[in-house]
Write a protein that binds this ligand. Sequence first.
Ligand SMILES: NC(=O)c1ccc[n+]([C@@H]2O[C@H](COP(=O)([O-])OP(=O)(O)OC[C@H]3O[C@@H](n4cnc5c(N)ncnc54)[C@H](O)[C@@H]3O)[C@@H](O)[C@H]2O)c1
Length: 428
Amino acid sequence: MSSNHEIPSYLTPHGLGPWGNYLEQIDRVTPYLGSLARWVETLKRPKRILIVDVPIERDNGTIAHFEGYRVQHNLSRGPGKGGVRFHQDVTLSEVMALSAWMTVKNAAVNVPYGGAKGGIRVDPKTLSKGELMRMTRRYTSEINIIIGPNKDIPAPDVNTNEQTMAWMMDTYSMNQGSTATGVVTGKPVSLGGSLGRRDATGRGVYVIGCEAASKRGMQIHGARIAVQGFGNVGGVAARLFAEAGARIVAVQDHATTVVHEGGLNIEKLLAHVAANGSVEGFEGADCFIERDQFWGVDCDIMIPAALEQQITSANASQIKAKIILEGANGPTTPAADDILHDMGVLVVPDVIANAGGVTVSYFEWVQDFSSFFWHEDEINERLTRIMREAFAAVWQVGQDNKVSLRTAAFIVACTRVLQAREVRGLYP
Ligand SMILES: NC(=O)c1ccc[n+]([C@@H]2O[C@H](COP(=O)([O-])OP(=O)(O)OC[C@H]3O[C@@H](n4cnc5c(N)ncnc54)[C@H](O)[C@@H]3O)[C@@H](O)[C@H]2O)c1
C-alpha cells in the first residue's frame, strides 16, 4: 500500500498504523474526484502537527512525563475540530488518522470545520483525579498556541469527558485572561455546554442505524444487536436501540464480553458499569465469552464503538450481522471492508455513523458565540435532520457510482474540502 505514498520521515513505512488505512481510503476515492484530484495530495499530509512533553508532579512527589499531540489535518473549510484521547496506545500515526477522519466527517455532514485531533499517551486509570487535572491543564497550556474558538476546538473522545473539557476551558481562559467558553465543546451544561451533547454521538448512531435498517428492510423492533465498547458512544447507542425494542445480545468492553440471548437489560448494565468501571461481573448475563468470539455472535446489527482496527481480515468473515454501524473511528480496515462487501454486509462508515457528536458540538459552539441556548428537543430535532439528510445524500452518491457507503461519504466530503482548497487558492 505504502508504495503509492510518500511516507513522511517521522513515520516508518511498516508502522503506518491507522494512518495507512486512511491513505488507502483516499486512494479509493481519488478516481471519483474529477479535476479536483490534482489537489488530493493535500489530504495525504496533515497541515500542522504539534508534539508536546507533558510533565506533572505525581502525588508521591516523583515527576512523570507524557507524550502529547495535537494534529490539525486540514483547515480549508474552517477552524480545526476534533476530540482529545487519553489512552496508553496513542501514537502520532493514530492521532494523524483520527484528525484526517475529522476532516472527512465534518465535510460529510457539512459543518463548517476542518479536521483536528489530540491525545496523550497515558492510561488515565493509573492517575489520581488531581494528577489527571494537572496533566490535562499542562497539556492544554502546551497546545494553547494552536487552539482557540476560531482556530481549533477540542472535544471529548476516549477516556475524556465533560470534566476534562471544563479543565481545558478553564486553563485556556486563565492563559487568555478572559473566559472563553467556545474553545472546547462537550463541556458541562453549567459552563456553556449544550443540552443533548452527552448523548449526541450515540443518538446519531441510532438515527443512522434506523435509516440503514429501513434500506435493508429490517425492523429495529426485535433486531439482535452486538455492541463493542460501552462508553459514551456504545452505551448511549445501546440504550436508544433497546428503548426502540431491539435486543442487545452482546456487549464487549476492555475487560470482558457479556452475552444474553433474550437481550441484556441496558439500564442495569449502565448502572453496573457506572459503579464498577466495566461490564465484568454483571449478574444479568447468560454468560461471558472469550474476546475473539464476540465477532461471531449471532446478530443483525453490529456496532463497533471502542477503538480503531478492530474488524480486520482475521475476523471479518466470522461476522453474522447484516449491518455494521461504525460508532468508533476507523474500526474496520480496508481489507476487512472488502471481505464484508463480498459478504453483502452493509458497512455504515464512521464519518457518517458517529457524526452526531460533532454536529451537536457545532450547535454548542454556535450557542456559546451567541450566548443564546436552545431547548433539548430543538437540538435533537436538528441533529436528526442533519444526520438523515447526510445519510440520504451519501446513499444516493453510493448508488449513482456503485461504490460502498464509505467511498460515497469520502466522495461527498473530499469534494467539499478540495473545492474549498481550490477556490481559496494556494498562499502566497
Ligand atoms: N465521544 C464522542 O463524542 C465520539 C464521537 C465520535 C466518535 N467517537 C469514537 O467512538 C469510540 C468510543 O469513544 P467513547 O467516547 O465512547 O469512549 P469512552 O472512553 O467513553 O468508551 C470507550 C469504551 O470502549 C471500551 N474499550 C476500550 N478498549 C477496548 C477493547 N480493546 N476492546 C473492547 N472494548 C474496549 C471501554 O471499556 C469503553 O467501554 C472512539 O473510537 C471514539 O473516537 C467518540
